[in-house]
Write a protein that binds this ligand. Structure first.
Ligand SMILES: [Zn+2]
Ligand SMILES: [Zn+2]
Length: 355
């Protein structure tokens, strides 16, 4: 806002911006209520929805049963191993005492057909047989356990297969859901965006522009917050595709706008200096001069020390002029002389609509 604007006009401009933002805020609140209260399009989908439930449940039952069996067999195996270790110990100590006894006896008498030797040897053999039986029990339990473990792993695998078989269906359902949510949100936000674009192009000069501007802020918010995060990805294709379309559209409008502007300026610069100066709005001219920009060609005003900056070096428009009454140097767009108040002979004709 330039210093040359009327003070109430400056306040009015700030209040109108606040009005636009508050209006946009209420529209955003209402919009998100509408989206929340509409029939739910998105519900939670899990893989379990697509699994053959009967097969899955019976696999689960078998899996539980086999797991119990494997752990029971583990306990049996530990018991059998302990029994075998005890039997092996019994045999080893009996054998050692027998060997000692024989060694002592050999020194004193012959051992042939001695009934005591026979009895002791038999007792030793019984212990050995017991050790072997314990070992066989251990081996038997190990074999049963291996079979049970295999059965358990098989049923775990079959359950995983059921999961894997359901995964493609699940993925397809997720994609369909993503698309449904996106189309639903697009149907709500695209008309808003188009309407906002139309307002931006057609309603800039309207007296109700602050309200239109509030609506445009709302439409942009709806697009970037309620739609863009729900763009289905399809491995990035949609996201990059939409990005490219938006950039091309923006580029198209910016380039077209720039060309129109340059063509307009060229036509303007062909007209006479007085005509051009009179066609420039009072507020616009003062705003540009305050920014050290030529109000005729929009280029920077070139100035040199000790040389009065009376004309724009690019387009030749008059920037300063002398008062016809007192000779004071004034900005050519001012309506009255800074020093004596004589109306300027070179004042512009038009004044823009405030806003
Ligand atoms: Zn100029
Ligand atoms: Zn004067």
């Amino acid at each position: 806002m330039s210093k040359s604007a009327r003070r109430p006009q400056r306040v009015f401009s700030i209040v109108m911006w606040a009005l636009s933002i508050v209006f946009a805020g209420f529209l955003i609140g209402l919009g998100s209520l509408i989206i929340r209260d509409l029939p739910k399009v998105d519900q939670t989908i899990t893989v379990e929805h697509f699994i053959d439930q009967d097969a899955y449940n019976s696999a689960q039952i078998i899996e539980d049963r086999e797991r119990v069996k494997v752990s029971a067999l583990q306990r049996d195996l530990e018991d059998a191993e302990a029994a075998f270790a005890a039997a092996a110990n019994d045999y080893r100590s009996a054998k050692a005492s027998f060997d000692n006894w024989i060694a002592t006896r050999n020194a004193t008498q012959s051992n042939a057909q001695n009934p005591e030797v026979i009895a002791r040897t038999r007792a030793l053999e019984t212990l050995k047989a017991h050790e072997r039986t314990s070992l066989r029990e251990v081996e038997r339990i190990r074999a049963v356990q291996v079979t049970a473990e295999r059965a358990y792993l098989d049923v775990v695998k079959s359950r995983e297969d059921l999961y894997a078989a359901a995964t493609p269906q699940y993925r397809a359902a997720m994609r369909a859901q993503e698309l449904r949510v996106f189309v639903f949100r697009l149907a709500l936000t695209l008309p808003l965006l188009l309407l906002g674009g139309w307002m931006l192009m057609k309603k800039r000069e309207s007296a109700y522009w602050p309200l239109y501007r509030g609506f445009i802020i709302f439409a942009l918010f709806a697009f970037f917050v309620e739609l863009v995060p729900y763009l289905p990805s399809y491995g990035g294709y949609v996201r990059y595709g939409v990005g490219i379309i938006l950039v091309v559209a923006a580029g198209h409008f910016i380039i077209r706008g720039m060309r129109k502007y340059i063509a307009r300026k060229q036509i303007e610069e062909e007209r006479s200096e007085v005509e051009r100066r009179r066609s420039i709005g009072y507020e616009t001219a003062l705003k540009k001069i305050a920014a050290k920009t030529c109000s005729g060609c929009d280029r920077a005003i070139i100035s040199k020390d000790d040389v009065p900056t009376d004309f724009c070096v690019h387009c030749g428009i008059r920037l300063q002029c002398q008062c016809v009454n007192c000779g004071t140097r004034n900005i050519s767009f001012h309506k009255f002389c800074l020093s004596c108040g004589t109306p300027s002979a070179e004042q512009p004709m038009t004044e823009p609509v405030p806003g």
